[in-house]
Design a protein around this ligand. Structure first.
Ligand code: HEC
Length: 134
């Protein structure tokens, strides 16, 4: 009888852990998914504070650095690049300077920056071209 109830306890333990462990793992996944989405509002401030704007422009598409808009890199690739750009034209930002979560925020902010219109969609450009007979 005693051993039977012990066995029952064991089964209960397994059941509880079998349910709780995966549930908490899911919770962690949800948290990391949130962190990866980033917060564009916080990212905007860091884009300025960490001088990204100095080389990439406030619009993310002017200045001596490369265009960042439209941002086609996934968050992971973006973070990897900023950690080690592999060029001496851009400083590398280690995890001590900007955490993964902070870079996710900057990435999220860049994602919100509007792309500039095509020349064909700018009336003034079309007008000038027409006047120049081109
Ligand atoms: C001192 C100038 C400078 C600063 C500051 C700078 N960058 Fe750059 N960045 C560059 C240059 C130059 C390139 C292009 C390098 C190349 O083509 O080899 C680049 C490229 C990039 C790219 C790759 C774009 C692509 O499509 O390949 C990303 C992403 C990027 N920068 C993000 C950032 C972020 C985020 C910050 C701020 C945390 C930042 N940069 C700060 C100069 C800078």
């Amino acid at each position: 009888m005693l051993s039977r109830s012990l066995a029952a306890k064991e089964i209960m333990k397994k059941l509880v852990f079998g349910i709780l462990a995966p549930a908490s793992a899911l919770g962690l996944l949800a948290v990391s998914a949130l962190a990866q989405q980033g917060d564009a509002g916080r990212g905007k401030k860091m884009f300025v504070d960490y001088s990204c704007y100095a080389c990439h422009g406030f619009s993310g598409q002017n200045g001596p650095g490369r265009r960042l808009v439209p941002m086609k890199m996934a968050n992971v690739a973006f973070t990897a690049y900023v950690r080690s750009p592999g060029t001496n034209q851009m400083p590398s930002y280690s995890a001590k300077v900007l955490t993964d979560a902070q870079l996710a925020d900057i990435w999220a902010y860049i994602k919100t920056l509007p792309d500039s219109p095509e020349a064909k969609d700018i009336p003034l450009v079309q007008q000038l071209k027409a006047e120049a007979g081109k």
